[in-house]
Design a protein around this ligand. Structure first.
Ligand SMILES: Nc1ncnc2c1ncn2[C@@H]1O[C@H](COP(=O)(O)OP(=O)(O)OP(=O)(O)O)[C@@H](O)[C@H]1O
Ligand code: SF4
Ligand SMILES: [Mg+2]
Length: 391
């Protein structure tokens, strides 16, 4: 392995460009010189490019039922690095959760199957791991927080026992050391008087505090990647804001990679560095958060942003995207968004749209991405969408 500190970059340094997902691609790489350009301590250097902590490539997950095959995830790819946060946003049924569950290899059995692609985490292929190895990874180096804390916690065990369970399995701690870890985890998620509360049961906590306990279980074993799937949807607005602040603080303190799944663009603006917009099992647009708010390049993203209620503009009727989301059971010869798209042209109904790079690190899967991007830029007015959403 190259010692990054000892390598100097010369004048003929390779071009370095940002790929979607924060991976850094290197052109015309010579020898090991490229390794010194980025002062990155977290990435692994393998051959020609920086390898991100999580690299999902062409992931495909199918669910089979009497209705046929539901192609819930259809070729999803992204990269996420240590200390970075990626938001996945999209309508209900677009495949956000199924993508997250595929990463953890927890798709519903026996009818769901990961049928293709690659999920590389920390330099290793998760799709090649045995179930036993995956059990060590889940709750160890990858943790997930789900929407409903009631469903995530067992009502018959104290919260201390439930946090200790993951500490015992993944870190093999017992006795005093185990208790100290449990208390520390509760303190990190700002549960008051953690020493006293370890003996309490889930029903003795408020909804917001319960979700903090779920957070304590998630971070107890110092994961590298935290997946939050609609983690704040069940909380009221004030508690939600506190919980989001807490997650942001934890991410910084623990240098976590955060995969944040939500319907809410406001939350994306607050929490994420980058955003992937999903539609019908595919990532249709990918960009940095500020870029996507100011210059969306995919008509679906434009429509989603228009559907966000604006407190400073009075309207009689809220904007909604016409039609229903595309079903994974239906195979489209063209763009799956075409039946609902106000930009659609004849070509959109017959051929799959190309992946277009409209700016460095900003891609959209659309025949008219350049026009939409340019139009969004031209019509951008003083009421900056990102400012409204808090980005
Ligand atoms: N347990 C399940 N059994 C059968 N089909 C499922 C199951 N979970 C999800 N699906 C199907 O997989 C597809 C993708 O669902 P997924 O849960 O990933 O959507 P989502 O984007 O997370 O939606 P939401 O925002 O409502 O959570 C949908 O067609 C959905 O009906
Ligand atoms: S490819 Fe065509 S139908 Fe699909 S989003 Fe772009 S313009 Fe709309
Ligand atoms: Mg979901």
């Amino acid at each position: 392995m190259v010692d990054l500190k000892s390598v100097k970059l010369d004048a003929g340094a390779p071009n370095i460009s940002l790929w979607p997902g924060n991976a850094i691609a290197h052109d015309n790489v010579r020898g090991s010189q490229w390794a010194a350009k980025s002062n990155c301590k977290s990435n692994k250097c393998l051959g020609r490019l920086w390898v991100a902590l999580l690299e999902v490539t062409d992931l495909r997950t199918h669910l089979t039922s009497r209705r046929g095959v539901n192609r819930a995830v259809k070729g999803v790819g992204f990269k996420l690095d240590t200390g970075k946060s990626l938001g996945i946003v999209g309508e209900s049924g677009s495949g956000k959760s199924m993508t997250a569950l595929s990463i953890l290899r927890l798709v519903p059995q026996p009818y769901a199957r990961i049928v293709g692609g690659s999920i590389r985490f920390d330099g290793e292929e998760l799709l090649e791991k045995s179930e036993r190895e995956m059990r060590r990874i889940r709750g160890g180096s990858i943790a997930i927080i789900l929407q409903d804390p009631i469903a995530s916690l067992n009502p018959v065990f104290s919260i201390g026992y439930q946090i200790a369970e993951s500490v015992r399995i993944h870190q093999r701690l017992s006795g005093e050391a185990q208790l100290a870890k449990v208390v520390e985890s509760l303190r990190r998620v700002r549960v008051p008087s953690p020493e006293a509360r370890v003996r309490d049961y889930p029903h003795q906590f408020s909804g917001g505090m319960r979700q903090r306990v779920v957070g304590a279980i998630a971070i107890a074993c110092q994961p590298k990647l935290l997946i939050a799937d609609e983690a704040t949807t069940a909380l009221d607005t004030t508690i939600q804001a506190q919980y989001l602040d807490l997650l942001r603080t934890l991410q910084r303190e623990l240098n976590l990679a955060l995969l944040f799944i939500t319907h809410d663009f406001g939350i994306i603006a607050r929490m994420c560095d980058d955003v992937a917009v999903m539609y019908a099992g595919r990532i249709v647009e990918y960009a940095a958060v500020r870029e996507i708010f100011n210059r969306p390049a995919h008509p679906y993203t434009v429509a989603l942003l228009e559907a966000v209620p604006k407190v400073d503009i009075r309207v009689d009727r809220l904007h909604a995207i016409p039609g229903a989301p595309s079903s994974g059971y239906v195979e489209h010869p063209g763009c799956p968004f075409a039946p609902r798209c106000t930009f659609a042209i004849q070509q959109c109904h017959v051929a799959p749209p190309p992946l277009t790079t409209v700016a460095p690190g900003h891609t959209a899967e659309c025949f008219r991405a350049q026009e939409v991007y340019a139009g969004a830029h031209r019509h951008q007015d003083s009421t900056d969408a990102s400012a409204r959403a808090g980005a």
